[in-house]
Design a protein around this ligand. Structure first.
Ligand code: AMP
Ligand code: ZN
Length: 487
């Protein structure tokens, strides 16, 4: 397999080669746990889940580390507001994040280290940098000495002079150079602290990732990921720390996902347009969140609005509608005395290759979705629900169902029970479109009465009335005999 991925460090797509054959070590910067995560924060988690699954399908043993930042100003601030210890805040929101993560059905990471569990490693890392002359201590504060790391700025394409000029605005007279950054800082009163060779204090933000990476994964890792905003300064500083300590390459492939905007604006508290992953999943559905993210390329800025959400709802319903139909036809059977439809098998085989090509081309998920829709279109075109439920038709349905579910697993999609999923979509649409269920049920009963009395004109008129309300009559596959139109 030749997997190409865009490397932020070289600004081009490169063939992926792991350091150790058959193994991948990857790290993605995880959340600062002081609140519920908003849907933008989940873009990375959902995308890098696909990366790990795809590498595993390619035969790699993947070790994926996703950290929790549980020492941070925002956590301390929230703890002070609530009058509790900061560990109470961080543990609470780690649990909430894990709830959301499980609800999304993403593959568990091999490690979820917390900063508070890595203090000795962080301190010894900073100590190494000081001893090597890559860092200096002033009044209990430790700074990284950027001028001693000539490669500084390589990842983000910035040069030191520009950085110095930019940083001069907020001159900190203690630093040798305005662009030097903090590795260890003394604790202020009422802040959590740890003993260190430089006094009681706590680590700067950047050092935690380097320390956890080198402790858990080693000196050089295969893939480092995160949101695009982390490229500078966070990841630039991680490289300076890691390479400053070992003299070896810190990471071979840098992957950054772009941002997610809400109604053309950056999501931010001040704009009041933040929606948490939790609220989104309550209001809509985990599948909608995942499909929304993956129907766009991870390196493209992506704007979410109501229209996109309803487009995703209808696209997902098409796929799940076909799955429900297939499942209704093959029923409980799993082996058949006939082959599936030859045309479907041929199409699936060719789409397998195309999906592989798309994923190997820097994870082109919009193309993957298009290939899946092509198979769904073909399956729908067979109109098997109008035909005999014989062995061949059942085999075709089973083949189709397994094909979609199997590809879906890569992206943590299409694995819900189809009938349940579609009725959940009904609930969303009934609420959004303010359709009165009692009125619908009443009309359905009247239509049945008319049919029983062989008054077909009246029955058709009622059906048209229901259609206008956005209700379609579905005898057979939908439990209650009707559902909301999802097109
Ligand atoms: P924050 O809580 O703002 O520190 O965000 C945590 C991480 O989530 C950031 O470092 C970003 O990489 C990512 N992130 C924040 N906002 C967005 C967004 N709107 N779209 C995508 N990723 C985001
Ligand atoms: Zn990080």
């Amino acid at each position: 397999m030749s997997l190409k991925m865009y490397n932020t460090a070289t600004r081009q797509k490169e063939e992926f080669k792991s350091i150790t054959p058959g193994e991948v070590k990857m790290y993605v910067c995880g959340p600062t746990v002081y609140n519920y995560l908003h849907i933008g924060n989940f873009r990375g988690a959902i995308f890098f889940n696909l990366v790990r699954n795809w590498l595993e399908r390619a035969g790699y043993k993947v070790t994926y580390v996703y950290n929790y930042t549980d020492v941070d100003d925002k956590i301390i601030k929230k703890a002070n507001e609530e009058g509790v210890e900061s560990i109470e805040i961080s543990e609470r929101y780690i649990k909430e994040f894990e709830n959301d993560f499980n609800r999304l059905g993403l593959t568990k990471h091999e490690h979820n280290p917390k900063v508070t569990d890595f203090m000795p490693e962080i301190i010894s890392f900073v100590d190494d940098l000081v001893k090597k002359g890559m860092a200096y201590v002033i009044d209990g504060e430790v700074f990284y000495e950027i001028k001693n790391f000539p490669n500084y700025g390589k990842l983000s394409g910035k040069n030191l002079e520009d950085l110095e000029a930019g940083a001069r605005v907020e001159v900190d007279s203690k630093k040798h150079n305005p662009a030097d950054f903090v590795l260890w800082k003394p604790a202020k009163p009422d802040e959590p602290y740890w003993d260190s060779p430089w006094g009681k204090g706590r680590p700067g933000w950047h050092i935690e990732c380097s320390a956890m990476i080198q402790s858990i994964l080693g000196e050089t890792i295969d893939i480092h990921g995160g949101g695009i905003d982390l490229k500078f300064p966070h990841h630039e500083n991680e490289i300076a720390q890691g390479e400053g300590r070992t003299g070896k390459c810190y990471c071979n492939h840098w992957m950054h996902n772009d941002f997610l905007n809400m109604n053309d604006e950056k999501m931010s508290k001040s704009l009041g347009n933040i929606i948490t992953g939790r609220d989104f999943m309550e209001k809509y559905h985990p599948e909608i969140l995942k499909f929304l993210m993956l129907s766009n390329h991870y390196r493209a800025l992506f704007n979410v609005n109501d229209e996109k959400i309803s487009g995703v709802l209808s696209g997902l319903s098409r796929i799940y509608g076909a799955l429900r139909e297939a499942k209704t036809i093959f029923g409980e059977d799993s082996s058949f005395q006939a082959e599936a439809d030859k045309g479907l098998i041929d199409l699936c085989n060719s789409m397998d290759l195309k999906i592989e090509e798309s994923l190997n081309d820097d994870f082109n998920t919009p193309e993957v979705m298009a290939h899946i829709f092509e198979v769904v279109r073909h399956f729908n075109g067979l109109e098997l629900f109008k035909k005999k439920r014989n062995q061949q038709n059942k085999a075709t349905c089973h083949y189709f169902f397994s094909w979609v579910v199997n590809h879906g697993q890569l992206m943590a999609l299409f694995n819900d029970d189809p009938a349940t999923f579609l009725s959940e979509m009904d609930e969303i649409l009934l609420r959004e479109k303010k359709i009165d269920v009692a009125e619908v049920e009443n009309l359905i009963a009247k239509r049945k009465e008319a049919r029983d009395q062989k008054d077909f004109n009246q029955a058709d008129a009622i059906r048209d009335q229901l259609n206008q309300m956005g209700i379609i009559i579905m005898d057979g596959v939908s439990g209650r005999g009707w559902e909301v139109d999802k097109k």
